[in-house]
Design a protein around this ligand. Structure first.
Ligand code: NDP
Length: 286
């Protein structure tokens, strides 16, 4: 493969496999994986994400159930809906699109999703299972990054990996997944001292900061794998990652572009988790 890791290509192969597995599940057991997506309010970016998730469901042969609550919906109304979906046999995965309006506490909402249907893997039970290394679901973005690294064929074990960013949805689980693969992992954040020097020690550098132009060539070791999770807009309003792609690309052994890198993988891993939720439900019924 080339130096540029195409999330689109890796995604395509994975989605074909997911579709084939979903077809087999339906033929063998009559179960069609179902994903319920809940959107509260009218955030334009969230509306696009929700639409893309529905499209992906259709593409791989899943049921997509969409629930739209208005901006003023109460936390109680949302929790009631989640309670109903938790019991619905046609729904194997439940996803509440974040961010939520300020008057709704996201952690309370996540805590109320059945861990067996928590296909984002944000519920404390699933977070704990990831920590232990015995998990049913992996959080979608870090899991997608692992697939991208895997697609290079480079062994992760023993490598120095630096993750910039420590959010609960990307940075922290990302570090944990790399650790499970026997990497030596350093996590950097806004209070890290000597960030550039630490990044320059990385055999595998994952940036999940959310700032355009953040990772420059001097922060990258010759031959490193560079994974750009960031989704930002530059001065001209163009979508870009955290990495100064033009100057970093010549130094990297492999690098992900933005767009077309990590982004397409996230929804693909959501489909993978939904399929797994349906398969686990069947297994637990037996
Ligand atoms: P958060 O804002 O939750 O976290 C950002 C992290 O970056 C924090 O840990 C913060 O440190 C750190 N950070 C911020 N500024 C600096 C700095 N100057 N130096 C070092 N560290 C810094 O973001 P997310 O983790 O949710 O997302 C990160 C990026 O990834 C965003 O651009 C987001 O849009 C993108 N994203 C992309 C996805 C995809 O599918 N491609 C999916 C999810 C996210 P501290 O903790 O100290 O504040």
């Amino acid at each position: 493969m080339g130096k540029i890791i195409s999330g689109k290509e890796v995604s395509k192969v994975l989605r074909e496999q997911i579709k084939a597995d979903a077809t087999a599940l339906r033929e063998n057991s009559g179960i069609q994986p179902g994903l319920a997506v809940i959107l509260v309010g009218n955030d334009p970016a969230s509306q696009i994400y929700v639409r893309n998730k529905q499209k992906a469901c259709e593409e791989v042969g899943f049921h997509a159930f969409e629930f739209k609550l208005n901006e003023n919906a109460t936390e109680e109304q949302l929790l009631d809906l989640i309670g109903v979906l938790n019991k619905d046999n046609k729904v194997h995965g439940i996803l509440v699109q974040l961010p939520l309006p300020d008057h709704i506490d996201p952690q309370t909402v996540i805590n109320n999703i059945s861990p067996q249907k928590d296909v984002d893997a944000f519920h404390p039970v699933n977070v704990g299972k990831i920590m232990i290394g015995n998990y049913d679901f992996l959080p979608c973005t870090p899991a997608g990054v692992m697939e991208l690294i895997d697609s290079t064929g480079v062994e992760i074990g023993g490598k120095n990996c630096v993750v910039v960013g420590r959010s609960n949805i990307v940075g922290k689980p990302m570090a944990m997944l790399l650790l499970h693969q026997n990497a030596t992992v350093t996590i950097c954040h806004s209070k890290t001292k000597n960030l550039s020097e630490i990044c320059a020690t990385a055999d595998i550098l994952v940036s999940a900061v959310g700032r355009a132009h953040f990772i420059t060539a001097d922060m990258v070791k010759e031959g490193a794998i560079v994974i750009d999770v960031g989704m930002n807009h530059d001065e001209n309003g163009k979508l870009c990652g955290d990495v100064e792609f033009a100057e970093v690309e010549p130094k990297a052994s492999y690098i992900t572009p933005v767009p077309g890198g990590v982004g397409p993988m996230t929804i693909t891993m959501l489909m993978k988790n939904t399929l797994r939720a349906a398969e686990l439900k069947l297994k637990n019924q037996k």
